[in-house]
Design a protein around this ligand. Sequence first.
Ligand code: ATP
Length: 368
Amino acid sequence: MKDYSVVLTNVTKIFDNEFTAVDNVSLKIEQGEFFSLLGPSGCGKTTILRMIAGFEDPTSGSIMLNGKNIIGTPPNEREVNTVFQNYALFPHLNVFENIAFSLRLRKEKEEEIRQKVMNMIDLTRLNGHVEKMPSQLSGGQKQRVAIARALVGKPTVLLLDEPLAALDAKLRQHMLVELDTIHDEVGITFIYVTHDQSEAMSISDHVAVMNEGEIIQYGTPFEVYESPVNAFVANFIGETNFFTGTVEKVEEEYFMLDTGRFGKIWFYKDMEVKIGQVIQVSLRPEKVKVTKEKPITPQGIKINILEGTVDETIYLGSQTKYTIAVGNHYLQAFKQHVRYLLDEVIITWKDRVYVWWFADDSYVLREP
Ligand code: ATP
């Protein structure tokens, strides 16, 4: 059986007797994993974190930490620590003393404090900054001090509330890699809150996608990207093309949908479907190909081919994002460049093109 670090069962939080910020959430977070709560602003992520930390009590439901019910346990008695977005460093203390703060409160011996703080300084690569005051540090360095300070007391769970939101894009990427390394080294459970899907996807073992207080989908980054349960998840985790229509034919592996907008299209039957059923399908733009030549249909493989006109191109260096008009409707297609100028046929605005994809590359959405 798996060891769980944090288990939420039917947790609800209602503010002021009227606003449900967290709605009947159940979650099992494994020991030592990097877990992310991902969702748009206001969906209840921080409220869940604050209930695990003990800054808020749930209105109903239970929260277990390492097998013990922690409802009613004060925050400082939970084996949990939090890293906040705004760092929350003490401005009048230097780096060493910021990290040492909780150990001094616990009246630990000077020698032990030094040893533990210096271990954290090594872990977060702050050597050379020990004597500096917070005002003398860069954003990334401040965030590292906040992480070191949260880890020095050896919590079993580290909560991270949008810890990289105040950093610029490049530094965020860099700090993500560092966080991953720190997580591997300390081996404790990290619970990370973000509204940035690429952050959550790149670093997490599991993610829970939230909307309006509820968990919409739980899974590995691969599962939520490749098999989104509904249009909200498909849209929130990357970009997608949607097809809605009525099932017209069913074969062993594929079914044909009358989509109206794009005509009759074959999709992979990754669940049982019936003739006459109304279905929505997601097709990621990177699965859609754009060519000037009509593709040759290989024997035994189902592909869909539509004709269209290039309506928009966005060149992004490593890839180009195309919007293709098929009649009055639009499809997104992303093309990765291998050798852009040397061996690729350049496709530009207003070109007549074929848009095509393998029927296997779509995914039927399970929920409305
Ligand atoms: P963000 O990404 O913007 O931080 P979030 O997903 O973390 O959003 P929460 O901070 O958990 O969202 O807030 C969820 C909802 O609960 C919001 O609508 C918020 O206004 C409301 N809320 C949070 N704390 C309180 C409070 N103390 N009193 C009343 N409403 C609150």
